[in-house]
Design a protein around this ligand. Structure first.
Ligand code: NAD
Length: 524
C-alpha cells in the first residue's frame, strides 16, 4: 500500500496569534449570533459532507485504508449530527423561562444559551473528519467563532480540510490551522473561550495545563481501555459477531473499540470458537488481502502494536486463537485474539488501539466488576447479557462515560445521547443538545420591572428586617425557600397523581360552569 504524503503547507507559526485575534474581533461584531447565520453554516457543512463524500472517502482511504463502514462512521455521523441539529436549532438555543415563585411572579427570568466566543477544536487522526467537523456542528450551532486544528498525522484528511474549510464556511468566523506539535504549542499559548480536544490523555494533561493559565474551560475527549463483559446468559454467536465487528472497525483504531474481554467461564470455549468464526465470516481468512480490512495509521503505531504483541506472545500462558502476523512496512496487523490473558499482561497495560483482542476468563460478573473497577473509568463499558439482574448489577457498580448493553458503538449514532468520558477517559460531553451546552454559556438573566407593584414585593427583603418571625415566614413563603411537603414531592414524582388531580379539577370546573349556566344551585 502506498502512503503518499499529501502536499500542503503547515500554517506559519507567526500567523497563529493574528488569526486568533481576528476571530475575537469578528465575534465582537455579533455576526455569528443570529440563528440564521448558524443555520446557514450548518447547511453548508451538511452539503459539504453530502456533495464531497467521494473526496472525503478517498482521503480516509489514503490515510487509513478505511472501508465503507468506517467511512460511514467518520463522515455520515457528521451529516447526521448536522441534520439533527438543524432540526432542533431553535428549540435547543431558545431562552428557558425559570419557574416562578410569588416573589418573582412579575419577573421575566430566563436562562439564555449564548455562544462562548472563540473556540478551538483540536482533532485526532483515527476519525480525522468526524473528530473535527463533529464538534464543529455544536460550536457553529451555538454561534461561536471557531479555530480548527486537525491532526497532522492523518495527512490526507488534514490537507483536504485545509483546502475546503475556507471554501465552505464564513471565513471571518471559521479558520483552520495545520501543523504538528509546534503548531499546537503556539495555539495553546493563545487565549480562547473554550478548547475542545480529542486525543490521548498525556496530551490531554498538556492541554489542561495550558488552559489553566487563562482559566479557559476545556472538553477532553480521551480514550483508555473499554472493557467488555460476556455473561453466560447470552447468544454467544451474536455477541461474537458484534464484538469482532466493533473491534476490527478501522483496524481497532476507535476510541470506543472493545479493548479487552472478560468472559464468564461457562461460555469461554463457545465464545473463542465463535470469535474465530466471526473474523473469517466478516473479513475472510486472508485479512492482508481483504479489501475492507483497514491499516494502521503509520509506521510508529504499527511498531508499537508489534512490540506489545511480541511481548504478549512471549508469555507461555498466551493462548493464540488466531493472528499474530504483521508487516511494519505496509502498516498491516492481522486480527489477533489471545485467550488466557492475565490482568498484568502486556496487552492489559495501555489502551491497545489496534486489532489485538485479549480475552480473560472470569468466574462471574462480580469478578468482572472487580477488574473493571481496579482500572480508570472507561469511555465505554460493554455488557453482553440477557439477564437483567446481571446488567443492572454491573451498571450500578461501575462508572464509565457510556454503557452499552448487547451492542457496540451504537451510542455514537444516537444523537440525543451525550458522548464523552468520565475521569481518565475525559471530561465534558457533546452530540445533540449536550454539544450545544458545551459550547454555550448558560447565562442567567433576571429581569424585574421597576413599577410600584414589583417594588411592593421587593420591599419584603429590605431592611430593617428585625428578627421577628413574621417577616421571615413571609420571605420564606414568597421566595419559595421552603422544604416541599411529602405531598408535593409525591405530586411532582407521580404522573398519575397529577393526572387524577387534573381530571378532578377540570371536572369540577365543568360542573360549576354547567350549574352556573343553568342558573341552579351548585351540587344540587
Ligand atoms: P493525535 O496524535 O492526532 O493527537 C491529537 C491532537 O493533539 C493532534 O491535533 C496533535 O497535533 C495534538 N498534539 C499532539 N501532541 C501535542 C502536544 N505535545 N501539545 C499539544 N498538542 C499536541 O491523536 P492521538 O492522541 O494519538 O489519538 C488517539 C487517542 O485519542 C486514543 O487514546 C483514543 O482513544 C483517543 N480518542 C478519543 C476519542 C473520543 O471521542 N473520546 C476519539 C478519538 C480518539
Amino acid at each position: 500500500m502506498q502512503h503518499d504524503q499529501a502536499q500542503h503547507r503547515p500554517t506559519d507559526l507567526d500567523e497563529i496569534p493574528k488569526i486568533v485575534e481576528s476571530l475575537h474581533a469578528h465575534f465582537n461584531t455579533n455576526k455569528t449570533k443570529p440563528i440564521e447565520w448558524r443555520r446557514e453554516q450548518l447547511n453548508k457543512l451538511y452539503s459539504f459532507i453530502i456533495d464531497q463524500e467521494s473526496l472525503l472517502a478517498e482521503a480516509l482511504y489514503k490515510d487509513l485504508r478505511k472501508d465503507a463502514s468506517s467511512i460511514m462512521a467518520d463522515i455520515m455521523i457528521v451529516s447526521r449530527e448536522a441534520a439533527h441539529t438543524i432540526e432542533h436549532l431553535e428549540e435547543w438555543t431558545a431562552p428557558q423561562a425559570s419557574h416562578k415563585t410569588l416573589f418573582t411572579m412579575f419577573d421575566n427570568n430566563q436562562t439564555l444559551t449564548e455562544p462562548l466566543g472563540v473556540v478551538c477544536i483540536i482533532g485526532a487522526w483515527n476519525y480525522p473528519i468526524q473528530l473535527v467537523l463533529g464538534p464543529m456542528v455544536a460550536a457553529l450551532a451555538a454561534g461561536n467563532c471557531i479555530l480548527l486544528k486537525p491532526s497532522e498525522i492523518s495527512t490526507h484528511c488534514e490537507a483536504l480540510l485545509a483546502e475546503w474549510v475556507p471554501r465552505i464556511f464564513d471565513t471571518d468566523a471559521v479558520k483552520i490551522v495545520t501543523g504538528g506539535i509546534s503548531c499546537s504549542t503556539v495555539l495553546l499559548q493563545q487565549k480562547f473561550d473554550h478548547i475542545f480536544y480529542t486525543g490521548n490523555g498525556n496530551v490531554g494533561r498538556i492541554i489542561m495545563q495550558a488552559a489553566a493559565k487563562n482559566l479557559t474551560p476545556i472538553t477532553l475527549e480521551l480514550g483508555g481501555k473499554c472493557p467488555t463483559y460476556v455473561d453466560d446468559a447470552v447468544n454467544v454467536d451474536v455477541v461474537a459477531k458484534r464484538l469482532v465487528w466493533a473491534k476490527l472497525l478501522n483496524a481497532g483504531q476507535t476510541c470506543l473499540a472493545p479493548d479487552y474481554v472478560l468472559v464468564h467461564k461457562a461460555v469461554m470455549p463457545q465464545l473463542l470458537a465463535a470469535v474465530k468464526k466471526a473474523i473469517s465470516e466478516l473479513y475472510g481468512l486472508d485479512t492482508k488481502n481483504t479489501a475492507h480490512y483497514g491499516r494502521i495509521i503509520n509506521k510508529n503505531h504499527t511498531q508499537r502494536l508489534a512490540a506489545v504483541l511480541e511481548r504478549q506472545l512471549a508469555l507461555s500462558h498466551s493462548n493464540v486463537i488466531t493472528g499474530g502476523e504483521y508487516d511494519i512496512d505496509s502498516h498491516y496487523v492481522a486480527p489477533l485474539v489471545v485467550a488466557q490473558v492475565r490482568e498484568t499482561d502486556p496487552l492489559m497495560e495501555d489502551e491497545i488501539f489496534g486489532p489485538l483482542l485479549p480475552i480473560l476468563e472470569v468466574e462471574n460478573e462480580d469478578e468482572a466488576i472487580r477488574i473493571i473497577n481496579k482500572r480508570d473509568h472507561p469511555l465505554c463499558l460493554y455488557i453482553n447479557s440477557d439477564d437483567k439482574a446481571v446488567v443492572r448489577k454491573i451498571v450500578g457498580s461501575t462508572r464509565s462515560g457510556t454503557v452499552s448493553i448487547n451492542d457496540y458503538l451504537v451510542n455514537m449514532i444516537v444523537s440525543d445521547l451525550p458522548f464523552g468520558g468520565v475521569g481518565a477517559s475525559g471530561m465534558g460531553k457533546y452530540h445533540g443538545k449536550s454539544g450545544i451546552l458545551t459550547f454555550s454559556n448558560q447565562r442567567a438573566m433576571v429581569w424585574r420591572k421597576s413599577d410600584m407593584l414589583s417594588e411592593k414585593i421587593h420591599e419584603l427583603v429590605y431592611p430593617p428586617f428585625g428578627l421577628k418571625p413574621l417577616p421571615f415566614a413571609l420571605v420564606n413563603y414568597f421566595t419559595g425557600y421552603r422544604k416541599p411537603s411529602d405531598f408535593k414531592l409525591a405530586f411532582n414524582r407521580y404522573v398519575p397523581v397529577r393526572f387524577i388531580l387534573g381530571v378532578v379539577v377540570v371536572g369540577l370546573v365543568f360542573e360549576i360552569g354547567r350549574r352556573v349556566g343553568r342558573g341552579g344551585p351548585f351540587f344540587a
